[in-house]
Design a protein around this ligand. Structure first.
Ligand SMILES: Nc1nc2c(c(=O)[nH]1)N[C@@H](CNc1ccc(C(=O)N[C@@H](CCC(=O)O)C(=O)O)cc1)CN2
Ligand SMILES: CC(C)(CO)C(=O)C(=O)O
Ligand SMILES: [Mg+2]
Length: 267
């Protein structure tokens, strides 16, 4: 059964955690879907984590669409979120064009950063599901510092969250804010909140799949590393290199032969 917004909302209401994780390719999406991840994010984090870009700002709508297509082919149950990248939702019309493109390539919902009232209203008026994003906004904040630690900043985030819910967004990502603020926003909203680096009390959690697998070179405080990809992959590549150099690969079990009857004419 394909998961939908009412399934996610029921999880909030029943105090069951929503599990979200990014994926950028088919095999990873297949595994996440099979495991029962609720929401797969095709984030603009693809830029710095997969494409080798220096910044989130280099990511294009075509980049997201390309990875969305791959992810969609691996998914039968998870809800799929596509990020609208930097500069792709400057006007309501541009945002609608780009959101439609992401939906056409497999997204169930689009996410955009900040309180962009006119843009969000335009998308919702056209029946597009929108996920908000408050706290740290990576597309416009290069410094990855915790947001909303002071009373004034926290108050703004709470007011923004309420304003976004009133505009009609279906869920809200909270990034890199204090746990207390994550809890207050989550209690004030009826829609699900999905946190990253925002404490234990949001309705769900999202992480970058590269961080949980140990693909990311450094360990972030906000993440947990479940596997040592760097070491394991370096070992596998090193062993393959040695095997080729020392004629230990391929072996008899990796090769095909001709019948002697055919071969004798060639010799
Ligand atoms: N791969 C990876 N890429 C990402 C994110 C991630 O999550 N992991 N998230 C988005 C960018 N946001 C962040 C947020 C925090 C940090 C970060 O570096 N945080 C420090 C703490 C910062 C602080 O103490 O103020 C940490 O150790 O957790 C980096 C990127 C998109 N790209
Ligand atoms: C998961 C999240 C919220 C992290 O910033 C995201 O937007 C992304 O992956 O691009
Ligand atoms: Mg993003």
């Amino acid at each position: 059964m394909k998961k939908d917004l009412s399934y996610l909302l029921a999880k909030k209401q029943n105090h069951q955690k929503i599990v979200a994780l990014t994926a950028y390719d088919y095999p990873t999406a297949l595994l996440e879907d099979k495991t029962g991840v609720d929401i797969i994010f095709v984030g603009d984090s693809v830029g710095t984590n997969i494409l080798g870009y220096d910044s989130e700002q280099e990511v294009t709508v075509d980049d997201i669409a390309h990875h969305l297509k791959a992810v969609r082919r691996g998914v039968s149950q998870a809800y799929i979120l596509g990020d609208l990248p930097y500069n792709s939702y400057e006007t309501p019309e541009q945002a609608l064009d780009n959101a439609k493109k992401l939906l056409a390539h497999g997204a169930d919902i689009v996410k955009l950063e900040g309180v962009r009232e006119k843009v969000i209203k335009h998308l919702i008026d056209h029946d597009i599901k929108v996920c908000g994003h408050l706290g740290l906004l990576p597309q416009t904040q290069q410094q990855k510092r915790v947001q909303g630690k002071t009373f004034e900043q926290a108050k703004t985030i709470i007011e923004d969250a309420i304003a976004l819910e009133k505009l009609g967004i279906s869920m809200l990502v909270l990034e890199l804010i204090p746990e207390e603020l994550g809890q207050i926003v989550t209690e004030k909203l009826s829609i699900p909140t999905i946190g990253i680096g925002s404490g234990r009390f949001t309705d769900g959690q999202v992480l970058i799949v590269n961080d949980i697998l140990g693909i990311t070179p450094r360990k972030l405080k906000l993440a947990k590393t479940y596997q040592d990809y760097q070491t394991l992959t370096a070992q596998a590549i090193q062993k393959y290199k040695e095997d080729v150099e020392q004629n230990l690969f391929p072996t008899e079990e990796n090769v095909w032969h001709m019948a002697e009857e055919e071969l004798k004419h060639l010799r």
